[in-house]
Design a protein around this ligand. Structure first.
Ligand SMILES: [Zn+2]
Length: 224
């Protein structure tokens, strides 16, 4: 479903969200859970895109529900995989041969459990481009928004923000659940940054898109 001109929500699974930026280059934001490649492929098809044509994959963070199909998509398309520098040791094999599990899962116990269960089905892959705050990717701007995990990023496309798990979407915007938050102080800083942004549409890693997000984030901060 096209949620903004040139941006589609790719409904691979209700578990987590994947977005397609028509570009060029054809860019996927996150890749959903392991085991969802079939439905992801069909959802891309419905948007008129074949997996082999993907050119870039941006990972908002290292959790398995966001990186599950990264390796398969990389293999099928040759797309360039991009992730923040602080995420690399947790999720990927880069030129220095980090493998999934080289470092313990970042933060709370729940994340370790996710990695030990569903994460076992996530194969390692190569990160082709290491991202830092302020980097631009053909019209997309990388924002380092740590807290949920250290290497968590958002991606800004004009007044649209792909927010990953910096907040959870739905009718009422919420912070990411405390049992998954690696660093609450960093998260507060991230929320403050988001509250100062001009965001017409926030596209979260979970649940539904949110309009007028900065105001909602400011509201979260009142009781944070
Ligand atoms: Zn998530």
């Amino acid at each position: 479903m096209e949620v903004w001109p040139g941006i589609h929500s790719i409904e691979a699974s209700p578990a987590s969200n994947v977005y397609l930026v028509m570009g060029p280059p054809l860019t996927l934001i996150d890749t959903c859970l392991p085991g969802t490649l079939g439905s992801l492929t069909r959802a891309l098809d419905a948007a008129g895109v074949q997996v082999k044509d993907l050119q870039r994959i941006v990972l908002t963070h290292c959790d398995v529900d966001h990186v599950g199909n990264a390796r398969a998509l990389q293999r099928l398309s040759g797309a360039e995989i991009c992730a923040h520098a602080d995420a690399i040791p947790y999720l990927a094999r880069d030129a220095h041969a980090h493998t999934l599990g080289d470092l313990p899962s970042p933060g709370p116990l729940m994340r370790s459990l996710m990695r030990a269960t569903v994460g076992r089905r996530t194969n390692t892959f190569t990160v082709d481009r290491v991202l830092h705050d302020g980097d631009t990717l053909d019209g997309l701007t990388v924002l380092h928004l740590p807290g949920h995990t250290a290497g968590h990023i958002g991606v800004q496309a004009g007044r649209v923000l792909f927010a990953g798990d910096a907040v959870f979407g739905g009718r009422k915007l919420r912070p990411s659940p405390g049992f998954l938050t690696q660093d609450r102080a960093a998260e507060r800083h991230t929320l403050e940054r988001m509250a100062a942004m001009r965001i017409d549409l926030l596209l979260p890693g979970h649940l539904t898109p949110v309009n007028d997000a900065a105001r909602h984030v400011a509201k979260i901060l009142e009781t944070y």
